[in-house]
Structure formats: C-alpha cells, structure tokens
Design a protein around this ligand. Structure first.
Ligand code: GUN
Length: 296
C-alpha cells in the first residue's frame, strides 16, 4: 500500500484532549458545563450505536449529557413538545435529533423546531443558510471533520479539483459548499456527483480530492482513483457481525485497491467517523460559550 492513512481516530483524540481541558476551564473559571441532549426515536441499531458513541464522548469530556430515548410511534407533536422543552432548558446548550426519523415524521419540520443557537448538528435552515453565505456559527459535523482531516493531511485544497459523490443534506451538499468557499482550507473547484450523473467514474478519475458519501459498500474501486489523489471515505456499511456480535464495517471505497493509487486515504472504521463525533463536541462547547457570553 502506497497511501498515507488519514487516521481520524488519532486526530479526534488530540482534539478531544484539547476540548476536555477547555471544559475543565469553563467549569473552574465560569462555573458552567456544556450540555448536550441526544434524542433517539425508535430502535434503529445503527442509530443506537451512533448515539451511544456521542453520549460516551460527551460524558468523557465532562459534559452534562442526556440521552433521551423515545418509542418509534412517538408522534410529531410530542417530538415538537420535547424539543421545545430542551430549547427552554438553560442546562442544555446543544440538541441533536438523530436521523433518520421514523416514517410519518416530517424531518424538516422537526429540524426547524430546534433553536438554531442549540443546533449543534447545523441542520437548521438558518445554519444551512449561514454556511451558504460563508458566515457559519456552527459547521455541520461530518463535513467539518472531513475538512479538518484534509487540512491536517497537508493536501493542497486551494485550486484542487474536488469530486464529491453523494448529495445528501448531511454530507454531500455541505462539504461541497464548504470546500468551494473563499477562505483557508477551501477555494477548491467542486463537482457533485449523484445517482443521475452520467459517468461517475470519469469524474472520480479527475479528482485531486475524492469525497465519497454514496451509501453503497465499496462503490468506488481503485481504477476510479487518480494516482496521488486524496480519498475521503465517508461510508459506514455494516457487512456482518463478528463472533462477539461486533459490527463489521466497510466504507464506500474498496480500500485495498484505492490505497494502491491514492497518496492518502481514510480507513473505515477509524477515519471520518470519530471526527464527526468530535466536531459535535466542539460545536457544543462553542454553544456553551455563546450562551454564557464567554468570549475567550
Ligand atoms: N444521522 C446520520 N448522521 C447524522 C448526524 O450527523 N447527525 C444526526 N442528527 N443524525 C445523523
């Protein structure tokens, strides 16, 4: 394998250590503690696993953290009431509603109900709009994690041809917007590919930076990767379980063949995933500072 491994797990650990120290200082100097609520509706096993990881990290950093599990048949009004309760709770700086929500619940309506100042996922249209005009209060977590990994990898982003495969609101659209913005860690020329793109492989092959969030196991093969490209694999696909019942995960990129061609590549697991959670914590610390008028 020629490629350098972009180990998000290690970078995330460094950032979390910094955040932990910051949380301690907030408590000692100002008597405040960042508060994070994660709301999970239903029992989707992947969502349960993500939310558990988020809560464990919040706990490890010394946050006030609440895991609010709700039954799958919770109706929209009840969920709106719950969000309103946390919007008004001064102990809570960040509210995260884990997606996807059960069928029948209008996700956009729910996201719109979260106080934009507590929207640490940055999914509220106000935060999406602020990102679009280049003045974000909060960056969406997975795209922020990707950008941080790219910057730390030393990749030349300015002027680079970036190809993003996937156009979701959570990853594809925001990362494309962030990398195309004017400013440090950005200034790229970005193409978004999706299910109606005529020749995704052709686009992929001309990418200096290839970001894959297609949701399809090992969709991108080694011969799609331009020699020397940086490959960011956002896929998290469960392909089985170990004898101990642990999830076996694969990305959206065929790792072994892509690593032969790329100059740098994120592994799955241990690449983008841990960065996402860490950026959520970073946003929550920021929210806490804003809510308490702490400027440092
Ligand atoms: N589902 C998949 N990714 C995410 C995320 O980053 N935040 C939330 N709330 N739900 C998700």
């Amino acid at each position: 394998m020629a490629a350098k491994l972009l180990k998000g797990a290690e970078v995330a650990k460094e950032i979390r250590a910094e955040l932990k120290a910051e949380v301690q200082k907030l408590q000692e100097k100002y008597g405040v503690v960042p508060g994070l609520v994660t709301i999970l509706v239903g029992e989707n096993p992947a969502s349960q696993s993500y939310v558990r990881a988020k809560q464990n990290t919040a706990h490890e950093l010394g946050f006030y953290s609440v895991q609010d599990n709700q039954p799958a048949d919770l109706n929209e009004d009840a969920l709106l009431k719950l969000i309103d309760k946390y919007n008004k709770d001064p102990k809570v700086d960040g509210i995260l509603v884990q997606l996807p929500l059960p069928k029948g619940v209008n996700e956009n309506k729910i996201l719109l109900a979260i106080d934009p100042g507590k929207d640490v996922d940055a999914f509220h249209p106000v935060n999406v709009g602020k990102l679009m005009i280049g003045e974000p209060d909060y960056l969406p977590c997975t795209p922020a994690g990707i950008q941080e990994l790219l910057v730390r990898s030393g990749a030349e982003i300015s002027g680079a041809e970036v190809v993003v495969i996937g156009r979701s609101n959570i990853v594809g659209k925001p990362i494309a917007m962030m990398l195309a913005q004017k400013g440090p860690g950005a200034n790229a020329t970005v193409t978004i590919c999706h299910t109606r793109t005529k020749d995704v492989k052709w686009h992929a092959q001309r990418a200096d930076i290839l970001v894959v969030a297609a949701g399809v196991t090992e969709y991108v093969k080694g011969d799609w990767v331009k020699p020397g490209a940086v490959v960011i694999d956002v896929g998290v696909n469960e392909v089985g379980k170990t004898a101990e019942g642990k999830r076996i995960l694969k990305g959206d990129v065929e790792f072994e063949t892509a690593a032969e061609k790329a100059s740098a590549i994120t592994p799955v697991p241990g690449g983008v995933g841990p960065m996402t959670i860490t950026m959520l914590m970073k946003n929550t610390v920021r929210a806490c500072k804003v809510h308490n008028n702490i400027k440092e």
